[in-house]
Design a protein around this ligand. Structure first.
Ligand code: SF4
Ligand code: SF4
Length: 358
């Protein structure tokens, strides 16, 4: 009788994570009794079996060279138990089975330039999109903004002194694969795309590009005897959605591509329902390599939130309680016409009513 055949490896999708887990995590999978946080950056899990695991969380720059990865693996071998994992916010976590290993591990991580923190009511690492390194349509960097900003928020990462957790994100185009956040930094194009008519016929599928525009601002046109496209600039809302399928419709511009800051989004159902964020600062300069203007506004919002919110209020809860007019007063951000959300489906959100005056 022939032997049963081994199943062939599936070469797509994520691999089974259990092969990479710390042995105590596999042993106690689904059997945890409780967890607590003995100090910022350290999680302590206790199992019904009596096993205990301490997890030390450190911040990374996310896009890492091989030398940094080797350094982190080396720390895992020498000071932890050779197991690490990454969180969705690009923090790295080291698991150990004894409290005695926690102190030396923290000391080594901090001495090597990896701050320990990001747990509980801290400003955790910023979830960010791909930026200049990987994506083909960014108007700014994402990792660079994150690095510059987290350098400024270093102490808020290492402490748990915020009213509740603060989740931030950055997105390097208006398509915004960064998602909702308490504070989000998102590219904002302020001029319609410029069309390179010589290339459109060779590069773009015109019906697909016309269909892509959310406000029907693009139409087919003949330019210099060649099939091309034209934009009704009065309709165009500068979203940049036409640029990915048609690179000759260039929208990135060193002067007119700006950064905007949005606040009050969250995904969780804890305490209050999930919320969409709203724009509170527009037209900030896209100013690499440190983006100081963005950092200034973010710090101002964080400072107001930290000093005024009640315990356990997320950013959206705080704004809901004090109202948008007082949010702008307390953060001393100017309320301008660019912040009015006049999309007709947006009746229930920021300043949809013409009767609101600031
Ligand atoms: S936000 Fe836009 S440019 Fe940045 S990675 Fe996502 S899709 Fe690409
Ligand atoms: S930028 Fe957006 S609104 Fe403007 S033409 Fe392109 S898809 Fe349409």
């Amino acid at each position: 009788m022939s032997q049963p055949q081994m199943r062939r490896a599936i070469e797509s999708g994520v691999p089974d994570n259990r092969q990479f887990l710390h042995p105590l995590l596999i042993k106690n999978y689904g059997n945890w009794k409780y967890h607590d946080r003995p100090r910022p950056g350290v999680l302590h899990h206790v199992s019904h079996s009596g096993d205990e695991v301490w997890t030390v969380r450190a911040g990374t720059q996310r896009q890492m060279d091989v030398f940094t990865i080797r350094k982190l693996c080396d720390i895992a071998d020498r000071f932890a138990e050779s197991h690490v994992r990454f969180t969705i916010r690009s923090n790295i976590e080291f698991m150990v089975s004894s409290f005695a290993k926690v102190g030396p591990l923290i000391q080594e991580l901090e001495a090597s330039g990896f701050p320990v923190g990001g747990t509980g009511n801290s400003v955790s690492m910023i979830a960010h999109t791909q930026g200049w390194l990987h994506c083909d349509i960014p108007g700014t960097d994402a990792s660079g903004v994150v690095k510059a900003l987290m350098d400024d928020l270093y102490d808020e990462f290492r402490r748990e002194e915020m009213p509740n957790r603060v989740h931030m994100s950055t997105s390097c185009c208006e398509i915004n694969c960064g998602g909702q956040a308490d504070i989000a930094i998102i590219v904002q194009h302020t001029k319609p795309p410029k069309i390179n008519h010589d290339l459109v016929a060779n590069v773009c599928e015109r019906p697909a590009v016309v269909a892509r525009c959310p406000v029907a601002a693009i139409r087919p046109a003949m330019v210099n005897g060649k099939p091309s496209l034209e934009i009704d600039e009065k309709k165009c809302m500068c979203c940049g959605a036409c640029y990915p399928p048609c690179p000759p419709m260039q929208i990135n511009d060193p002067e007119y591509s700006k950064l905007a800051i949005w606040v009050g989004g969250k995904n969780s159902n804890a305490r209050a329902k999930p919320t969409f964020m709203k724009m509170v600062a527009a037209g900030l300069p896209n100013n690499p390599p440190r983006w100081p203007e963005v950092s200034e506004v973010v710090k101002r919002i964080l400072h107001a939130y930290k000093s005024d919110a009640r315990a356990w209020e997320r950013m959206s809860d705080w704004i809901e309680r004090i109202g948008w007019p007082r949010f702008f007063e307390k953060t001393e951000l100017p309320f301008t016409k660019y912040l009015i959300d006049d999309w007709r489906g947006a009746r229930a959100n920021l300043n949809a009513s013409t009767h609101i005056r600031f």
